[in-house]
Design a protein around this ligand. Sequence first.
Ligand code: XMP
Length: 519
Amino acid sequence: MADGTAAPPEQAVYVVDFGAQYAQLIARRVRELNVYSEIVPHSITADELIAKKPSALILSGGPASVNVEGAPLLDPAIFELGVPTLGICYGAQLLAQQLGGEVGRFEAGEYGRTQLTRTAESSLLHDGIESEFTVWMSHFDAINRPPSGARATASTANSPVAAFEDTERRIYGVQHHPEVVHSEFGQDVLEQFLWREAMIEPAWTMGSIIDSSVEAIRAQVGDGRAICGLSGGVDSAVAAALVHRAIGDRLTCVYVDTGLMRLNESDQVVETFEKHQGIELIHVDAAKRFFDPLAGVVEPETKRKIIGETFIRVFEEAKAGLNDAGFLVQGTLYSDVVESGTGDTTATIKSHHNVGGLPEDVDFELVEPLRNLFKDEVRRVGSELGLPDEIVWRQPFPGPGLGVRIIGEVTPDKVAILQHADAIVREEIAAAGLEREIFQSFAVLADIRTVGVMGDERTYAHPIIIRAVNSDDVMTADWSRLPYELLETMSSRIINEVDGVNRVAYDITSKPPGTIEWE
Ligand code: XMP
């Protein structure tokens, strides 16, 4: 592909999105079965689908009723393509409705855990699965009659046809959600459909992802040069490592040390990329450039603006000698593409659209090798490429760095206090084995001082606020129920080891109403 994204492998499954909460989850479950999958909109036509050469289709759930006017339907010509198709929830009802079955209202809807009973011999709900098991339901309408030619194979209290199949046409439907963990045998059902009914080889592995990405990057960049801005985060790190494997020393990375990074972070980036990966790295130590304009500024938006603009200027200067690079590597993930709702690929962008902030007069072609991957897949690719766990498993960190975790004026002294406290929080979270479980955990320095007593001395110093949250999508978050013993250890270590701190508080605010960061 033109953007350095590996072309889909020979066998690919397309998840047709009918507005489901779970379309992304279905795609992930398919990938966990070593089968490549992508999400496509329900407006896709038969011709567009033919061009993609699908090995199978999965029709997702969705909030609509197939019986209301304007309900999203599938181009009927798609059913004539002979592609094995599995409908889930709304997807199953849609198959029934469009292929000669019947969907109506039954006595009541079903939400949550429901007992499903197999009522006939079934390929999909095969003998390896128990004949009665618990599934996760979320539907109001029910299928009363399966598509013509299909047999009903299961039922529940309020779903006369909870599963159906037509093994000749290879059309299958389940009313429940096999993709959610609360559904027993969920992966067995998907595996049966993909590996045996649709006869797809489980060949999509980390090794094959890396090989095809490397091939695609080489095809795109040719003998050109590329640059990549490293943030210290996992996405840009893995993108850089992958491109480096493809084009070697024709990749140069730029790392801007804003002075607002976590403790030892800059050393680690240099160590990992320059020493171990052997990647040419321009390391700009720009702390002073950031602290000078931040002096005396307390308003959060102004601070963000100063940090953002300074970053752009420093990045521009750093790569002034690299203007022969025609390619810019970015760590865009599949979730970024899907969430932004565009799903399209723009190969060439004007530099000012880019967060890296590039000179106005240069057009870069983007190389986005992670565009088809989810975060956990990116982490696996990173490990496979030899990046250390500290980078691969790093928690999200805001672009403006510790600048958004210091309330009030940002000064080198305050950054030093916060770096020290933050390092203790991270060390203790890691020691408790919670690093991968907790979405983000960090320290915040508030711009107040309170009276305390240490030894026989009165103190008048800053508090540190510890924040730890669980979140799936950053839009909502809940405060983590950290063990008291862990909070106690962090608190006493911070007060004993960090000068200028005499109190520790734990933030027990969810988002909303709070945000994850303090600023
Ligand atoms: P909030 O505080 O809005 O944060 O709940 C949501 C997520 O976004 C991260 N964050 C940022 N990331 N640049 C970034 O790259 C930023 O300016 C920024 N501000 C917040 C935050 O760490 C959390 O994961």
